[in-house]
Design a protein around this ligand. Structure first.
Ligand code: SF4
Length: 117
């Protein structure tokens, strides 16, 4: 009988500890997801192309670190640009105002980059 009470008590201690930790893990995972470069573009969305239209004009690249543009500064990327529409973000992509609302990756960059205020 004593062993059962101890096990039950241990279970409840674990459950309380887990309930306290889960929100932090969820928040950490969400911010990690926001910083992680997506492997694939979201299906059914118009994706900006580095080689066509405004993407080409503004020298958009899907990996900011590969930009050869003289205006590029290390650390700047679509995910921290004011034209990146976070409210409509999906799978690490979001529509960009400067690229005709086509979806750009949060790791991309173009010559119209403007840091969020
Ligand atoms: S304007 Fe900003 S969000 Fe749009 S492609 Fe350029 S850097 Fe990315």
């Amino acid at each position: 009988m004593e062993k059962t009470n101890l096990s039950r008590r241990s279970f409840f201690k674990f459950a309380v500890a887990a309930a306290a930790v889960v929100p932090f893990i969820a928040k950490a995972t969400k911010s990690f997801a926001a910083d992680t470069c997506p492997a694939t573009a979201p299906a059914g969305k118009a994706i900006a192309s580095p080689s066509e239209g405004m993407g080409k004009t503004l020298q958009y690249v899907t990996d900011a670190t590969t930009s050869k543009n003289a205006k590029y500064k290390a650390g700047s990327k679509c995910g921290s640009c004011k034209f990146y529409n976070v409210a409509k973000a999906e799978g690490g992509y979001a529509p960009c105002t400067m690229l005709g609302m086509k979806y750009v990756t949060n790791c991309g960059w173009c010559s119209s980059f403007a840091a969020k205020a």
